[in-house]
Design a protein. Structure first.
Length: 161
């Protein structure tokens, strides 16, 4: 069995344990729901953290926002490519491939937007501890828009199939 087959088998086991059938599209729906939930949690936690002046909680909120992007990206890739990425590198590669196959992915700049959120939310804010409140307000809005754009692309693709 090759590596890709092993990975897909392992993913199916994981999803089956969670009661999700990958082939039915339920996994894509759950990933979108998770993305929306992480975005909401990030916004709430950010507001609370700013009110308290809690830099650690602000960094945690940034990481939740980043996870919203990851979950939305996973949904997009699973819906359009039928694969579940296993790493950030694999997400970038698959997004690049999707840009070639689906003009809307390129037109919306989803790969570039994914990379920008990775840099600011995950890298600079969470790991490096750079806390710029005004920048994070902008980033949280961009996360919300990214999730909505992915949701529209996935919905259009699902409706067309």
């Amino acid at each position: 069995m090759d590596l890709e087959s092993e990975v897909m088998r392992a993913l199916k086991v994981i999803y089956l344990k969670r009661g999700i059938c990958v082939q039915s599209g339920a996994a894509v729906k759950e990933l979108i729901e998770d993305a929306e939930a992480f975005a909401r949690a990030a916004e709430g936690e950010f507001s609370e953290a700013v009110g308290k002046g809690d830099r650690i909680l602000i960094r945690d909120a940034a990481e939740k926002a980043w996870n919203a992007v990851v979950q939305a990206t996973n949904a997009l890739i699973l819906a359009l490519a039928g694969k579940m990425p296993m790493s950030h590198y694999e997400r970038r590669v698959l997004l690049r491939e999707l840009e070639k196959r689906y003009p809307v992915v390129k037109d919306l700049g989803l790969r570039d937007r994914y990379m920008a959120r990775y840099k600011i939310l995950h890298g600079e804010t969470f790991y490096e501890g750079i806390v710029d409140i005004e920048e994070l307000k902008v980033e949280l809005e961009k996360v919300r828009q990214y999730v909505e754009d992915v949701k529209r692309v996935v919905g259009a693709h699902t409706a067309g199939n």
